[in-house]
Design a binder for this molecule. Sequence first.
Ligand SMILES: [Zn+2]
Ligand SMILES: [Zn+2]
Length: 114
Amino acid sequence: MAEYEYVEHMSQLSGDGGDDADVMCPVCRGANLTQTGANVILCPKRDCLRVNVMGDGITLADLRSNLAEVIYEHEQGCAGDGTGDGLKFVTREQFGITTLVGGCAESGCEHIVI
Ligand SMILES: [Zn+2]
Ligand SMILES: [Zn+2]
């Protein structure tokens, strides 16, 4: 799935409000994320995403709504002229904590998802 397809997919999901809908991995877009215990959200396909949410009480449903929000915000505020790749999601290690960030080279913006 290409990035723009993923963004489209996620923005379609954002309205349905279901709590247990699958969340496709925003990094590889090839598998659904899983949550192990209450502590870690990860992508089972590759080691592309592994976020420790211990203590934050964050669930997959929260992650999905954060993603949808970032996509919406980006579309409203800082999407470029539509000729670039659009939003790209990457993980970043900062101070021993993994964050998931959506960024766009075209508009130079960056949005923290989780
Ligand atoms: Zn993945
Ligand atoms: Zn943006």
